[in-house]
Design a protein around this ligand. Structure first.
Ligand code: ADP
Ligand code: MG
Length: 391
């Protein structure tokens, strides 16, 4: 059983210190990722309200893949987030630019401040190795641990998995929200269940098709996944993005698979779904009671090929009744760039629990902060970061 932060009596933790793992793996000032920052605030605010000292842990990027990452520190440092978070919660955030854990511990103990931020944990080799020495060092800084980093929970990292061996561990408010909303679309869902899949890579998404094959009523395919199906059917796809070595024969002739009937093509590449397809997909979306979406329908970053993705967003936002989960970095970025006002309204409603406008959004529409993690969860895989909390 998972221990949810929302269910414990925080009075017992008053004056204590908490390690809070969040996901700050974003560009600090990027508007299209702002929801991921908003998403971590409710847990922080709850802890501060209960007089708990909060030590924020995160990673940013993959510095270990760059031999000399210290020369590009600005790309990876978490330091800009101290002032960003500070503005949001209206109190100072102390940033530690080093990993001298003894010093850090002393400073936390002696400080009048309530909130602290450690530097990018992936600067340390142990983080991605799920190293127990590193997780013990981290554990010594605090009295308990909270995982609120759903988007990283599919990774066996020291601050996500090993850490929970050494401290009482809980699922934060965001992690709880993710789990409950994702469970609604794969456990207690209503038919028709429609799964929309686009984007670049089908191999990442095939797990969802496999796992939900019996449960789902429709799979609407665009982007690379549609091209991959065209190819598997023996249709000519020119130089379109596709994965040619996948075996799809179990799925090819099923009525559940709805492929585009018209496409936008340029220089031998299929780059978007066409108007007839948008209409057909929209009709199915309209009558669906449960919807899962990952992956843009086309290369929406170019305005010539944005219509498919734009059309799907319009159809989804018009369905005010269905239980809906949408995730993936570019998928959510497409809402931010194509429909900025709706993006703002929905993310404010979802993550700040207050209505940003009079026109309320479908309260059952959930934007997941996880890309890979969401796909793995929806594919029925057990995420190590969530499993570790339950041990
Ligand atoms: P997400 O980040 O939402 O999980 P992906 O990373 O799988 O989505 O894919 C997003 C990318 O796929 C976008 O940058 C988009 O331009 C690209 N894309 C979508 N359709 C096509 C297409 N037909 N051809 C080439 N690229 C495409
Ligand atoms: Mg992506």
């Amino acid at each position: 059983m998972l221990d949810y932060l929302s269910k414990i009596n925080l009075k017992n933790f008053s004056e204590k210190t908490c390690l809070l793992r969040v996901d700050l793996n974003i560009e600090p000032k990027e508007e299209k990722n702002a929801y991921r920052l908003e998403a971590i605030l409710p847990t922080i605010k709850l802890l501060l309200k209960n007089k708990i000292k909060v030590v924020i842990l995160s990673h940013r990027g993959q510095p270990q893949k760059i031999p000399n990452f210290k020369s590009q520190i600005s790309k990876f440092t978490l330091s800009p987030f101290s002032s960003i978070i500070s503005q949001k919660i209206k109190q100072p955030v102390v940033f530690f630019p080093h990993f001298d854990f003894k010093k850090i511990k002393k400073q936390i103990q002696n400080s009048q401040n309530q909130i602290f931020l450690l530097e990018n944990l992936r600067f340390l080799k142990g983080e991605e190795k799920n190293d127990s020495k590193l997780s013990r060092q981290l554990a010594q800084l605090a009295d308990f641990y909270i995982n609120d980093a759903f988007a990283v929970s599919h990774r066996k990292n020291a601050s996500v998995v090993a850490i929970s061996k050494y401290l009482p561990s809980y699922a934060g408010l965001l992690l709880e929200k993710e789990i409950k909303n994702l469970d609604k679309v794969i456990k207690n869902y209503k038919h028709p269940l429609t799964i929309i899949i686009g984007g670049a890579k089908i191999s990442d998404k095939i797990g969802v098709i496999k796992y939900l094959w019996r449960k789902a009523d429709y799979f609407l395919l665009g982007g690379g996944p549609a091209n991959t199906f065209f190819y598997a059917q023996g249709l000519p796809i020119g130089d379109s993005l596709a994965e040619k070595n996948l075996s799809l024969k179990n799925y090819l002739n099923s009525k559940k698979i709805i492929l585009p009937s018209d496409c936008k093509i340029s220089q031998r590449k299929i780059l978007d779904i066409g108007p007839q397809t948008i209409k057909k997909f929209s009709e199915i979306i309209k009558k669906s009671k449960t919807i899962i979406w990952n992956g843009p329908m086309g290369m929406f970053e170019k305005k010539e090929y944005k219509n498919g993705t734009f059309g799907i967003w319009k159809a989804i936002l018009a369905n005010r009744k269905a239980q809906i989960v949408i995730g993936g970095g570019e998928t959510l970025a497409s809402l931010a760039t194509l429909m900025p006002a709706d993006y703002k309204r929905i993310t404010t409603d979802t993550y700040q629990r207050k209505s940003a406008s009079n026109i309320s959004v479908n309260p059952r529409l959930f934007l997941s902060t996880g890309g890979g993690a969401m796909l793995e969860y929806l594919s029925g895989k057990k995420l190590p970061g969530i499993e570790a909390l339950a041990l």
